[in-house]
Design a protein around this ligand. Structure first.
Ligand code: 5GP
Ligand code: ZN
Length: 136
């Protein structure tokens, strides 16, 4: 299903032109308009899902195989030194377009980007408490 007022529905389905590097029945992969690095692109399903929570399992199962395929293509053509796969859900987590998508971000020596998370030092027993909350 497509959503009428969704920009990524229009981009993924070719209603608005994109810099497409790959397309099949389920997905379009196109260059991000404001790239973090050279070759930064987005895997976008043609069907509308707001986020990962809502994503259909059959569509979701195809995302990582496609990411690997695009990684190989980008390695061959752009010779990246590292690679980040980023997927944001919810405004707090940095999602700005509310149609599920996966960022493919080739990394290069000295590219000035940093996607490292900030580690913390949990207090004694804290992890056990969290585990208990999740699995009990
Ligand atoms: P998010 O922050 O939701 O994870 O990522 C949204 C991404 O979509 C951003 O990196 C942004 O640059 C990209 N973007 C937003 N609008 C457009 C557009 O119209 N065309 C393209 N190619 N990328 C877009
Ligand atoms: Zn959409």
């Amino acid at each position: 299903m497509k959503k009428d007022d969704c920009i990524f529905c229009k981009l993924a389905n070719g209603e608005i032109p994109t810099n497409t590097i790959y397309e099949d029945d389920d997905f379009r992969v196109f260059l991000d308009a404001a790239p973090a690095t050279k070759g930064h692109c987005l895997i976008v399903p043609k069907e509308h899902f707001d986020n990962l929570e809502q994503l259909d399992d059959a569509v979701g199962a195809k995302v990582f195989p496609l990411a690997r395929k695009m990684m190989k293509l980008l390695k061959e053509k752009l010779h990246w030194d590292g690679f980040n796969v980023v997927q944001n859900n919810g405004e707090l987590a940095g999602q700005t377009v509310f149609h599920f998508h996966t960022h493919l971000i080739p990394r290069y020596e000295g590219d000035g980007q940093n996607f490292n998370m900030k580690s913390t030092s949990p207090a004694e027993g804290e992890l056990a408490g969290v585990l208990n909350e999740i699995v009990s």
